[in-house]
Design a protein around this ligand. Structure first.
Ligand code: ZN
Length: 120
């Protein structure tokens, strides 16, 4: 499943960050999931629950997911706007229909809260 490989590399990335900052563990992981990323949120969460067991850093981490809606940019006038529509539609400003998605198609790590050795 796609979600499993995504979560596996996400945890890898988190661990790299934790090691780099000499953290003891990761308190909280904040990810942004675009509504058009093709990611199934419940699968994503269950994949996370599976992988965290094997990670010393992520074992007790809280997972927070932020839904990123679709943001379009008009190629004509550079106007950017959010949309809930599945169709691209037209630019509300100049009525141009040459639009591109600039947000909402990706999943990425937004923030990590690390627990440092000296905090304990
Ligand atoms: Zn426009």
């Amino acid at each position: 499943m796609h979600e499993y490989s995504v979560v596996a590399s996400l945890i890898e990335l988190c661990e790299e960050n934790a090691k780099k900052h000499h953290a003891k563990e990761i308190k909280k992981i904040v990810v942004s999931i675009g509504v058009r990323s093709g990611m199934d949120k419940s699968l994503f969460i269950s994949a996370f629950e599976t992988f965290r067991e094997e990670s010393i850093f992520c074992k007790d981490s809280l997972l927070e997911i932020i839904d990123q809606c679709v943001v379009l940019e008009c190629k004509g006038c550079k106007h950017q706007f959010e949309t809930q529509e599945m169709e691209y539609g037209i630019c509300p400003k100049c009525q141009e229909n040459d639009l591109q998605i600039i947000k909402g198609t990706e999943m990425f790590l937004m923030n990590l809260e690390l627990l440092q050795e000296e905090d304990v």
